[in-house]
Design a protein around this ligand. Structure first.
Ligand code: NAD
Length: 294
């Protein structure tokens, strides 16, 4: 199926990036959030990224204007009616996602394809809640979507071959390396990465090292571009906890269980970079590790 208009639901960390890469690939994009402030923040981030690309000579001003001109923000479902592809990147909560799909199923044209950017929920649980389970797949981007090269294209039992093919051609057009993944909770990357990040928290709880020491050790010793605590703050601690809870529920293995420190930080509203505080405090010039007396 040919795609010309893409709808993105959720203008947070992931959604704004997915909207931007889609517009950069020439698609017309409608970006929706349920909260005006968050929608404005998401679009503001796109403006900033485009301005930086022009400043650094990576993009011509006319091209940046073209990209921005292809993105329309909305709080409504109506503008999704003629979307060929809808990607949801809302909060990692199955009940919220199901409510959204039920609404969109009644609005978006019948041939439109639905995709979830979920990190850990089973794609089938969302697909089965719509009247188009054959036109439903997972398109799992990585953070930041503008930079990270991978796209996991997730096939669930109901995904039709031409839907899958459309997912791959969309991914290639937005410049990603596409990898076929099965509908196994966590797909490929999070299945391996989430237990690693949770284990870093457990190592800290057990006194193996401080936040800074563990980060420095994994950067220099394993050649990771950032340490696990920097990465956790980047992903968002609320999102990480939601992912861990879902994966633990699915696999019932300790390696997927959210450690107490993570649970308490989320209760305190310390979500990482996006809230200004997580394992590091981002209020000063440079991030400083937080003293966690939890
Ligand atoms: N954070 C990551 O590194 C990462 C990476 C890959 C995938 N994901 C997945 O992407 C999804 C979004 O994660 P995020 O980190 O961008 O979260 P986020 O909290 O930054 O953004 C979620 C946005 O969705 C909006 N929203 C909630 N309900 C909505 C609705 N019904 N309609 C429209 N907007 C709605 C919220 O207002 C918020 O702006 C999750 O499923 C997550 O698992 C996250």
């Amino acid at each position: 199926m040919d795609i010309s208009k893409v709808g993105v639901c959720g203008a947070g960390l992931m959604g704004h990036g997915i909207a931007q890469v889609s517009a950069q690939a020439g698609y017309e994009v409608v970006l929706r959030d349920c909260d005006q402030e968050r929608l404005d923040k998401g679009i503001g981030k796109i403006d900033k990224q485009l301005a930086r690309a022009v400043e650094k000579g990576r993009m011509e001003q006319a091209d940046a204007d073209g990209v921005r001109g292809r993105i329309t923000g909305t709080l409504e479902a109506g503008p999704f009616a003629d979307c060929d592809l809808v990607i949801e990147a809302i909060t990692e909560d199955l009940a919220m996602k199901l409510e959204l799909w039920r609404e969109l199923d009644g609005v978006v044209k019948q041939e439109g394809i639905f995709a979830t950017n979920t990190s850990s929920l089973a794609v089938i649980d969302q697909a089965a809640a719509t009247g188009r389970p054959d036109r439903f797949l997972g398109l799992h981007f990585f953070n930041p979507a503008q930079v990270m090269p991978l796209l996991e294209v997730v096939q669930t039992v109901t995904t039709a071959e031409d839907t899958l093919a459309t997912g791959f051609s969309f991914g290639e057009r937005v410049g990603k390396l596409t990898v076929h993944a099965k509908d196994k909770t966590g797909f490929i990357v999070n299945r391996l990465l989430v237990p690693f990040m949770l284990d870093a928290i457990r190592a800290y709880e057990e006194g193996a090292g401080s936040i800074e020491q563990i980060d420095a050790a994994m950067k220099a010793g394993a050649n990771h571009p950032m340490g696990p605590f920097t990465l956790l703050d980047f992903v968002g601690l609320d999102t990480t906890k939601a992912i861990a809870d879902i994966m633990f529920d699915e696999y019932r293995e300790r390696r997927f269980a959210a450690p107490p420190t993570l649970r308490k930080m989320v209760s305190a509203g310390w979500y990482g970079r996006k809230s200004g505080k997580g394992f590091y405090d981002y209020s000063g010039e440079k991030p400083l590790p937080v003293e966690l007396g939890l």
